[in-house]
Design a protein around this ligand. Structure first.
Ligand code: FES
Length: 158
């Protein structure tokens, strides 16, 4: 059995039904697969929970937190929901697109850029999650600095 299988069994043991363990199991599989869920990950999760890969895929497809395609080393997620939208989120997205030379929804080199629904920090709009850490009150003028910082810390070229 794989290490992932064993870890998912530990997760499974915490829940009365294996169905309840699907979300945390998928999250773990995503972490172990470089930030996204390849076909193999669905087979492993399904096998570990006695479910079908198609069922696991249907769950992953529904939730924004799961990624079905490879992602860059740096994941930049800009909230464009109402509060952030009223506080310049679109300008922030455009600044990232311009700085990175890519459109939201794409992965280029070391970077993935996407827009997401509310990240739960509406009072500090615009919220940008950079590698899962939330940056608060981000404005378009902050974007060049964020990208420079990531380019300086990354393994890739960007
Ligand atoms: S609307 Fe952006 S964090 Fe809630």
């Amino acid at each position: 059995m794989s290490a992932l299988y064993e870890e998912i069994q530990e997760i499974r043991a915490r829940y009365p039904e294996s169905l309840s363990a699907v979300m945390p199991a998928l999250q773990l599989a995503q972490e172990r697969s470089g930030g996204w869920l390849p076909e193999e990950a669905f087979r492993e999760v399904a096998d570990a929970l006695d479910l079908t890969p198609a069922y696991c895929l249907s769950i992953a497809s529904f939730y924004d937190m799961f990624r079905l395609e490879p992602v860059g080393e740096h994941m930049i997620e800009v909230c464009t929901n109402i509060s952030c939208g009223l506080n310049g989120a679109q300008q922030v997205v455009e600044a990232f697109e311009s700085e990175l030379g890519m459109r939201a929804g794409e992965t280029t080199g070391a970077f993935s850029l996407r827009t997401v629904e509310c990240l739960g920090g509406c009072g500090w709009a615009t919220i940008v999650a950079v590698n899962n850490r939330h940056r608060l009150n981000v404005q378009a003028g902050d974007v060049a600095g964020i990208v420079a910082e990531l380019r300086g810390t990354g393994r890739g070229e960007g």
